[in-house]
Ligand binder design. Structure first.
Ligand SMILES: C[S@@+](CC[C@H](N)C(=O)[O-])C[C@H]1O[C@@H](n2cnc3c(N)ncnc32)[C@H](O)[C@@H]1O
Length: 200
């Protein structure tokens, strides 16, 4: 059983057979699946799910309080193309997603962990990117935004190590998140990147 109702997914044990999620079973259709890692209260994902009913969206968030707020809003807006998971984003991608199963990842304003001794806690590193590459479909996209210049530089360095992702030029139509609004109101620059998996 992978779903507990009300759109919350429960994850299978990783030591009992294949733990990867079957999106066709979970959503009851074969629509593409897009994932946001660290959804906060879910503003981007809720808007995207409403705008794009032909896409399935999964929100991953560690903080139960935020996830519950996002889920309540999805129920109120009668969005049946959304599911929520309370877990660690890195473990979710590594253990529960099968190869080539994801149409897009959205990562907006991930915690920057500014202190040097905490950098190892950052989500975006080479190991994580290898898992994103593995799980993206061909031509699948990774959308990134941060207000934190130092972390963005690290993201760019990590992206340089990729042999299968290429930068997509063009208009940003990605995030409109609570944090984005807050940082724009504070006059902070926002750093963004879209990359796409090149067919091999
Ligand atoms: C700065 S907030 C940004 C929220 C949202 N993306 C936005 O732009 O408004 C970062 C979010 O990521 C969540 N988060 C941090 N580390 C996480 C992890 N390892 N797994 C899942 N969620 C995480 C935090 O709880 C928080 O809600």
């Amino acid at each position: 059983m992978q779903e507990t109702g009300e759109g919350f997914l429960t994850l299978p044990a990783t030591d009992a057979g294949d733990p990867t999620l079957n999106w066709s079973t979970i959503f009851g259709n074969d629509q593409p699946v897009e994932i946001e890692l660290g959804i906060g209260k879910g503003r981007f994902l809720l808007d995207a799910a409403e705008r794009l009913p032909g896409v399935n969206f999964v929100g991953v968030e560690w903080a139960a309080k935020y996830l519950r707020i996002a889920q309540h809003r999805a129920v109120r807006r009668e969005l049946d193309n959304m599911r929520f998971v309370r877990t660690d984003a890195r473990e979710f991608v590594e253990f529960f997603l099968s190869t080539g199963s994801i149409g897009a990842y959205h990562i907006y304003f991930p915690d920057p962990w500014p202190k040097k001794r905490h950098h190892k806690r950052r989500l975006f590193n080479e190991g994580f990117l290898r898992e994103v590459e593995r799980t993206l479909q061909e031509e699948g996209r990774l959308w990134l935004a941060t207000d934190y210049a130092d972390y963005f530089d690290v993201m760019l360095e990590v992206l340089e190590t990729s042999r299968c992702l290429a930068v997509v030029d063009g208009e940003w139509v990605g995030a409109k998140t609570n944090y984005e609004d807050k940082y724009i109101a504070q006059g902070k620059p926002i750093y963004r990147r879209i990359v796409q998996k090149i067919p091999q």
